[in-house]
Design a binder for this molecule. Structure first.
Ligand code: FAD
Length: 323
């Protein structure tokens, strides 16, 4: 039987983030022949509703208030709970983003449901919806089905294929009115450290540097390669701890978890805590001076050599291919 599923969208700089479309595709699987309702929360977000419908939402509910211009747990949970109370959903899907990771446990506690966090796939198997999620820092995967109650999941960015955009689709867009009160956090200002370039968690290509880059300037050739490939720069904790780059770039168990199409690890040894954040990347290329480095055990392609010679050579070759 079909389910009514709420999918929370996320926007940045006035644009829907890709993970919103991936969450809609996951929501469709949970809904089966039921209904997928996109939820947009913010200050003035109504203009984004149509795109959600074009990516598969059947209708969209907006919750708009100046107090929701920036994310706060209190504000968003009040807004989302108003939608839950109005719609009484049987399924909920969020992106497994910083926002989704913060908000989902709070909502799950309020509605007394379980939570399947960080799902990397959602499939229909034998009439049941089966979620797959990594466990033990990505060394194994578990499969979960929900037998009763609300199906609530967060989906890891870059893992679930969005539905094809269909500009001919139409659907109802309506507002849920909520009075946002008692905010315990007020955002005064947003300071972005990694303002330029592609968002690491949604990047299709990541060039990551480790302690082997040796200095802040050592990241420059990696930035140039990232620019040519339209990718983002990431780092190991070794590089962050050594102050070669900002912690916002850290990938791994205590950093960001990424799943790009291409991950190029430069001067990274491949500690288990680093692998936890990137080993599900589709294609992994490792550049390391040490042929015994552990990173080669997860790499699809390995280059033994000095990154300061190899990375600029790759940049030049890719530039030629693009010319
Ligand atoms: P190193 O291990 O020092 O490796 C540097 C590599 O560069 C070496 O393999 C070397 O051969 C190579 N190299 C040097 N010069 C060159 C050159 N010119 N060209 C090519 N190769 C060169 N780490 C993370 O990354 N992410 C995490 O989220 C994380 N969380 C952690 C959580 C906990 C609780 C703990 C205990 C540790 C965590 N760590 C994490 C740290 C992790 O254990 C490693 O210490 C760290 O990943 C090592 O970083 P690295 O590979 O850059 O440095």
């Amino acid at each position: 039987m079909g389910k009514k599923v709420l999918v929370l969208a996320e926007a940045r700089d006035g644009q829907l983030r890709n993970v919103s479309f991936e969450a809609i595709a996951a929501g469709k699987k949970v809904a089966s022949d039921g209904e997928v309702i996109g939820v947009l929360i913010g200050d003035s977000v109504g203009s984004l509703a149509n795109e959600m419908i074009q990516y598969g939402a059947d209708r969209v509910l907006t919750v708009e208030d100046a107090k929701l211009a920036q994310y706060t747990s209190d504000g968003y949970s009040q807004a989302f709970m108003a939608v839950v109370e109005q719609e009484q959903p049987e399924g909920i899907v969020f992106g497994h983003t910083a926002l989704g990771k913060d908000l989902s446990p709070k909502i799950a506690a309020k509605i007394e449901s379980g939570l399947i966090s960080d799902a990397t796939s959602v499939e229909e198997e034998g009439g049941e919806v089966v979620f797959t999620r990594p466990i033990y820092s990505g060394k194994a995967f578990e499969k979960i089905t929900v037998k009763e109650g609300i199906v609530f999941a967060t989906v890891r960015p870059n893992n679930i294929e969005p539905l094809e955009k269909d500009e001919s689709r139409s659907g109802d867009v309506s507002n849920v009115s909520v009075s946002i009160t008692d905010l315990r956090t007020v955002i005064q200002d947003v300071v972005r450290k990694a303002a330029d370039g592609v968002d690491l968690s949604e990047a299709k290509v990541i060039i990551a540097g480790g302690r082997g880059v040796k200095s802040e300037e050592g990241f420059q050739p990696l930035k140039e390669l990232a620019e040519v490939l339209g990718g983002a720069v990431g780092a190991s904790r070794g590089a962050c701890d050594a102050d070669y780059c900002d912690y916002s770039l850290q990938i791994g168990q205590t950093g960001k978890v990424v799943t790009p199409d291409l991950y190029i690890a430069c001067g990274i040894s491949g500690a288990i805590q680093h692998l936890a954040g990137m080993s599900n990347s589709k294609v992994i290329v490792a550049i390391n001076k040490d042929p015994e480095a552990n990173i080669f055990n997860v790499a699809d392609y390995g280059i033994v050599g000095d990154l300061f010679e190899i990375v600029p050579m790759l940049t030049e070759e890719f530039k030629k291919m693009k010319a």
